[in-house]
Design a protein around this ligand. Sequence first.
Ligand SMILES: N[C@@H](CCC[C@H](N)C(=O)O)C(=O)O
Length: 288
Amino acid sequence: MTALRIDGFSKGHGTGNDFVLLADPDGASPLSAGRVVALADRRFGIGGDGVIRAVRSGSSGDAVLDAAPAGTWAMDYWNADGSVSEMCGNGVRVFVRFLLESQLVRLADGEGIDIATRAGLKRVERRGELFAADLGPFELGGDRLVAAHGLDIARPGLDVSTGNPHVVVALASAAELEALELHAAPALDPVSDAGANVEFVVPGTIADGVGSIRMRVHERGSGETLSCGTGAVAAAMATRHWSGDAADRWIVDVPGGRLEVEVDERGHAWLTGPATLVFRGEGISPVR
Ligand SMILES: N[C@@H](CCC[C@H](N)C(=O)O)C(=O)O
């Protein structure tokens, strides 16, 4: 057994999508795939769907993050398997909660802060106990086939980009959603080199300009998670498209709770929901 030195970390989640958070303002402790896999391991490490380093732009060592105005807080997001992603919607909301509770920033209720991500600057606002993130414009793409354990035949899925790649599949019933086995990554046809996060949705009602959906997700680099913020946006925007743009506000129920997605007048998708820190720790984490 080797030991992994951790000077201090927090564990947080947004609707059950959980992260290890590390403060590294001056970029003294860059992450590596091996370090991330060790930290994210649920039995031999701390455990999480992803690992997030909070670093100032200009010090991150990542060309995209360092292109933001110098000194901007940057979210260096990694999936549990040690791959990096462009964006994490729950992560960026939990990131701001982490900055606040670590007293690295101050935000009164209603105020916001710009966070550098690999998908560009994202505004995050504090709204009471909730955090809302402007994930910007989204793009709908073409269809491809998606096969998954528990589905009788492959179904059409719609490509949606929220800065990171998603494929959204509509199912006919809650029973179909529950029958899915998402321990293995769904197979995409055609495949894409970058891979994709895959969301399965059951559309609900649309009333008074508000739609609702239920969703499960298999995340690229993390497996099935209890929630995915960019996935909720992709799923809501795909369902909105299929509904003929019948609503701009969507309630998204995921296994870990409830998120809200709203399209503003600029066509930006806002993601709102809880962002919670569970504990802080320090010291040495034993790793296999
Ligand atoms: N859980 C995140 C998305 C994390 C990145 C994703 N797995 C990818 O590889 O793109 C979210 O809340 O958006």
